[in-house]
Design a binder for this molecule. Sequence first.
Ligand code: HEM
Ligand code: NAG
Ligand code: NAG
Length: 519
Amino acid sequence: MINFLHNTAFSLAGIPLAIYTLVCLAAVPPILWLYRFATRQQPLRGVPIVTLDGQKPEEGWYAKPRELLIKGRKQYPDQPFQVLSYSGPKLVLPQRYLEEVRDSPNAAFAPYVVGDMPWNLPGFDGFLAMYKHQSLIPEVLRVKLTQSLGLITEGLAEEGIMVTEELFGKLAPGQWHNITLLAEATKIISRFTARTMLGEEMAHDPEYVNLTIRYAGVAFPAALQLRRWPRYLRPIVQYFTPLCQKARCEARTARKLITKEVERREKLARAAIAAGQKVSKTHDSVGWVLEQSKTDGKLDLVGFQLAIFTAGIHNTGGHLFTALWYIIAYPKYIQLLREEAISVLKEYGWTRQALGRLRLQDAVHRECLRILRSNLATARRQVVKGDLKFSDGFTIPKGRNFVVMPPADYQGENEPFYPERWIEKRAGEGQANKHAFVAANIENQEFGVGKHACPGRWFANDEMKIALCILLLRYEWKAPPGMQKPLFAACEDFPTFESTVQVQITPREPEIDLACPKI
Ligand code: HEM
Ligand SMILES: *[C@@H]1O[C@H](CO)[C@@H](O)[C@H](O)[C@H]1NC(C)=O
Ligand SMILES: *[C@@H]1O[C@H](CO)[C@@H](O)[C@H](O)[C@H]1NC(C)=O
């Protein structure tokens, strides 16, 4: 090699090739740095920047977003401030702007979240689908999935009975067994999701269900990890990051596993559409997407499934975990919730009407939502059309990312676990819907607000309630001595669920026939 480089036959204009190469190589970093500097969004002038002491600003937002937001609020009460993230500055607005954000057509959710994701790299097909179909995916969920919920309650209950049998059926009665709560809760939710999106056969394919959990568990951390790198280096870095390699591998496996089933359903759905029939009643997401999209063929239907894995499994699993944890920690609710489930299911069977009547359970889920999402910003948005001008004159230019802080008196987990507060609030005249678990409004903003509020929340509501009824009626639950608290952590503005918390469980005889509870 050395000899080759020293060979004068390979010199250009008398300069040895080695030197020439070295000079060129040395020029690369400054050019890249200049490019990065020129293309990087600078903080907005006149808005203070908040950082954590002794930490790189971007790392503070990455690893300790809650602390950072709390500090910002203390330093600049009721004023906008900025945090610096690996993908540029983000404005943090005080709560008083929320109503105007809710009503502004100039601010969108998907570009904020997916714009920062490496959606253009292989393995992130779920993010690519979300990026390309920013309104289609929420619409399919809000319209098609939600309209079908009445038809799938019984199927979900059947699935819930089956999956709990598989997970806990072998546990000997009369003895307490340790289980890892978060992992088991997530498995239950993944089964509900698979069954609803692609039907029974896929839901009962253990390899597929396992993959639906793994994919988001890999793609999200991989995407977040890549943010630490400048955008122009990501296409290279991804080849050396084990998580990205895994994401590529999982996306390939997913494609292999579901393409056949998706194509089969696509054929059926297209035939139904061509014959002028409604396909949505077949409660199957491939049909929903095709019917809602009105486009022909450009859509990556496998990518859509991957998007659902990332948007709908881990957050819902984490919430079911949290609800169970609190019920076990405050065991008087076990009996109360059981009694409610028995009386409601006896009267209404597995119907949406029944789920709506589980008032205490609804309150428990909302209370957990309150605790879990405390001190996380809401209404994450990017200004997409023109500037966003508020009534007090404050203006956010197009292309800027911003979030809104929860109200200043929002206590989250510092306030005691007291689900009854929601029952009391709902008892007020005209207040029943406003404080339900699925509410998304200024007073209850954990699912976001306005047009971009979570479109999966009605489905999440049904999943959580069905799962909890079955889990409480079939099993007895107990906290092991010194049970750890769940860790409510976050990475940037994503709550992260990582928990090894174990709880104890033993089988019990349900008071009603869960397969057919209506009397
Ligand atoms: C308890 C579980 C869940 C929680 C706490 C939750 C929370 C949220 C939040 C906070 C947002 C952003 C709203 C905003 O910033 O204004 C959101 C958006 C979204 N969620 Fe959920 N979600 C849950 C379950 C689900 C499920 C089960 C699905 C799908 C089946 C889903 C799909 C989505 C989608 C697609 C969006 C983007 C909406 C848009 O771009 O307009 N979520 N969710
Ligand atoms: C379950 O965990 C507890 C500690 O939390 C331990 O004392 C007990 O022996 C475990 N039980 C079983 C059956 O493994
Ligand atoms: C998936 O399957 C593997 C091997 O069977 C298992 O080790 C892993 O825990 C499973 N993952 C999930 C999320 O169920």
